[in-house]
Design a binder for this molecule. Structure first.
Ligand SMILES: Nc1ncnc2c1ncn2[C@@H]1O[C@H](COP(=O)(O)OP(=O)(O)OP(=O)(O)O)[C@@H](O)[C@H]1O
Ligand SMILES: [Mg+2]
Length: 327
């Protein structure tokens, strides 16, 4: 309670106020910086903080970081390929830690990529392949992309170091190659976009062989399978079922119950009901998950730079030079 003299009226001037005390005092709050208008004062405050920042030479406080709007794979790639040849590569940022998310293919060895239409599934697949290409020595990896979906035709452009196939017959031939590579110490990655397209394009024998390869868990062989929850949920046997069983992989661009079921995760209702933007989602491993923001693959020019470096046995420096060139 303030006690003011009877009949006293506070001046309506902005910044004018009263300070509790005996007696009560009238005050005028100072402005933080000079200037006739609010804009001039704001500019004055900015100048002042810049000067203070420049003058400060002591310890700095912890920096508050936020999730960037756009995450570029080129910013996450390690400066050189892994000399141990381990199949570990960054695919995006962990949303909670704001650190690069490195996925170890050995944690699969096979992975589901699911989510609603246009959620970012194919983008994740491309990002992952480019990242593996830049993270593993050229002579220690074989990367394959089987793209069967109709929209793939326009979206697809060659990825450096990735063999690209688009029909069932080519897949049959490719399985022969993969069978030879398995257990040889080379990392073979077969990325399939998507399950519906695969089932349409490949004949029964090819599907059976692929299923057997998946079940056999041959060392060095990894399968990344894109599929909607409806097609994955509808497969009670076969490749889709075998890969889904492990509950390992990504849900991108959504948090629908059916999509979460595919990976065996449950996200709190309050969070799930908010929805998930394109390219954001969850990386699940054995029913646990972390939130991720998937990195965008390099643009065509940067990919060309990578292609130019890859076959020349540039190996260990390809990624580093690409990052410098692209940054
Ligand atoms: N991580 C990301 N960062 C930025 N943009 C993204 C990301 N993921 C997807 N997009 C954009 O969202 C759109 C849809 O992505 P994408 O084609 O990968 O989705 P999809 O799930 O494969 O779609 P479909 O169901 O049609 O196959 C594209 O235009 C793509 O550029
Ligand atoms: Mg797609």
């Amino acid at each position: 309670m303030l006690s003011v003299p009877e009949g006293y009226e506070l001046s309506p001037q902005p910044g004018r106020g009263l300070v509790k005390g005996r007696p009560t005092l009238e005050c005028q709050v100072a402005v933080p910086a000079g200037g006739a208008s609010e804009a001039e004062q704001t500019a004055g405050v900015r100048r002042l903080t810049r000067d203070m920042e420049a003058a400060w030479s002591g310890a700095r406080p912890w920096r508050v970081r936020t999730l960037p709007e756009h995450v570029a794979l080129l910013d996450l790639l390690p400066p050189s390929v892994r000399s141990d040849g381990a199949p570990i590569a960054p695919v995006g940022l962990s949303v909670d830690e704001l650190e690069p998310l490195f996925v170890d293919l050995r944690d699969g060895p096979h992975f589901i990529i699911t989510g609603p239409p246009r959620g970012g599934k194919s983008t994740l697949l491309r990002t992952w392949l480019v990242s593996l290409g830049a993270s593993l020595p050229v002579d220690r990896r074989q990367l394959y992309l089987a793209e069967f979906s109709h929209s793939a035709l326009d979206a697809s452009q060659g990825l450096p170091g990735v063999r690209h196939i688009q029909d069932g017959a080519a897949l049959g031939a490719l399985l022969n190659d993969i069978e030879l590579i398995a257990d040889s110490g080379v990392t073979a990655v077969l990325a399939i976009d998507d399950l519906d397209g695969l089932q349409r394009a490949a004949d029964g024998d090819t599907l059976h062989r692929l299923h057997q390869l998946v079940e056999a868990r041959r060392s060095g062989l990894y399968v990344l399978l894109v599929g909607s929850s409806s097609s994955l949920g509808a497969s009670y046997d076969g490749v889709g079922h075998a890969i889904r069983e492990a509950h390992t992989g990504f849900l991108v661009g959504g948090s629908e119950y059916d999509d979460m079921q595919v990976l065996g995760i449950s996200v709190r209702h309050a969070e799930a009901s908010q929805g998930v933007p394109v390219g954001r989602g969850f990386y699940a491993r054995r029913k646990r998950y972390i939130r991720v923001k998937v990195a965008a693959p390099p643009n065509a020019a940067d990919l060309t730079a990578l292609t130019a470096l890859t076959p020349a046995g540039a190996g260990s420096t390809a990624a580093a030079r690409l990052v410098q060139g692209g940054g």
